[in-house]
Design a protein around this ligand. Structure first.
Ligand code: ADP
Ligand code: MG
Length: 309
């Protein structure tokens, strides 16, 4: 029998989602070891190319989130080094990371999205760029970092966007607020796994706290929604994955607005090419629901690893 490949797990890095990635990486590494892989964990620094050139792993398991790790940069480095890696390639990663450009492609593929525009952050901090209610978010971040929800009747736009400390990009996305429920769908190898509903009691929305604090959110799988809505969410998530040209695992986040009787709508917010990967994260949970253990999932991801060319 051929020896199992030596896997380098990339984690940490220096994005706003460093802490989340350290946890994803640690847990994936432990599960890969339990599956019999030789594993080296790398807390990524800007000298990653030199570290990998010396280590010479057979495969990279990319457990990074956010800038550099999820936006095509690390993927480009791995293409140059010719080391097969998990998840999406350069173009899919870069495209998905830019929420506004990703939405333009979603529209072309029939994936439903709401109106939004990208504006300089100082404008969004000074005056309403859209009639409230709306959401302001960084164009290229994750984990709900830097998201503001401006409710109907709020007379002030988010002043924090104008502050000198703001480090999440000079342009922000202003997007129509979609009331209702929060759904997410994982896609693995092109096929949707399930629909999870996320409820966040005590939080204004699915913010950073509710994503990562103990008991911050409740996941219901499968979501208790009409069968045709679940079916539509799964098809849209597969279309979003295909539209970006994703590989491996992705996760598409939706709002399901059932607040107006007879006018239900399902709206895609974004696709995550490097979704959270702890055993209790949404993707591993959907895999488990489909009968695949966490260990089997990470092993599948390593076997599925490749380069764009
Ligand atoms: N247009 C919107 N309408 C309602 N809620 C939104 C909207 N955009 C974002 N949110 C809330 O903020 C959360 C994070 O937004 P998302 O676009 O998924 O960015 P992130 O990459 O930070 O996860 C969503 O899960 C949702 O709860
Ligand atoms: Mg999201």
């Amino acid at each position: 029998m051929r020896a199992k490949p030596h896997v380098a797990v990339l984690k940490g890095g220096w994005s706003a989602e460093r802490d989340v990635s350290l946890v994803s990486g640690r847990d994936c590494a432990a599960a890969l070891r339990a599956e019999g892989f030789k594993v080296t964990e790398i807390d990524v620094t800007p000298d990653l190319a030199a570290v990998l050139a010396e280590l010479k792993p057979d495969v990279v398991f990319n457990a990074l989130h956010g800038r550099w790790g999820e936006d095509g940069c690390v993927q480009g480095l791995l293409e140059i080094l010719k080391i097969p890696y998990t998840h999406s390639g350069v173009l899919a990663s870069a495209l998905a990371m830019h929420k506004e450009r990703a939405k333009a492609v979603f529209r072309a593929w029939g994936v439903p999205v709401v109106e939004s525009k990208v504006v300089p952050r100082h404008l969004a901090s000074e005056s309403h760029q859209m009639k409230p209610p709306y959401v302001v978010k960084p164009v290229s971040e994750g984990s709900s970092v830097g998201i503001f929800i401006i409710r109907e009747g709020d007379n002030r736009p988010p002043g924090a966007l104008g502050s000198a400390e703001w480090a999440l990009g000079d342009e922000v996305m202003v997007e129509e607020f979609v009331p209702g429920r929060e759904l997410t769908v994982a896609v693995m190898g092109g096929k949707a796994l399930a629909v999870t509903e996320i409820t966040t009691a005590g939080h204004a929305f699915y913010d950073y706290e509710s994503k990562y604090a103990e008991g911050g959110s409740v996941h219901t799988i499968p979501a208790k929604i009409p069968a045709e809505v679940a079916e539509a969410a799964m098809r849209h998530a597969e279309a979003a994955h295909a539209a970006m040209g994703c590989r491996g695992v992705s996760r598409t986040d939706f709002r399901y607005d059932d607040t107006v009787p007879g006018k239900h709508r399902l709206i895609a917010l974004e696709i995550n090419t490097q979704p959270g990967m702890t055993p209790t994260s949404l993707v591993p949970e959907q895999a488990a629901y489909k009968g695949m253990s966490y260990g089997q999932l990470v092993a599948w991801m390593v076997e599925d690893a490749s380069c764009d060319r």
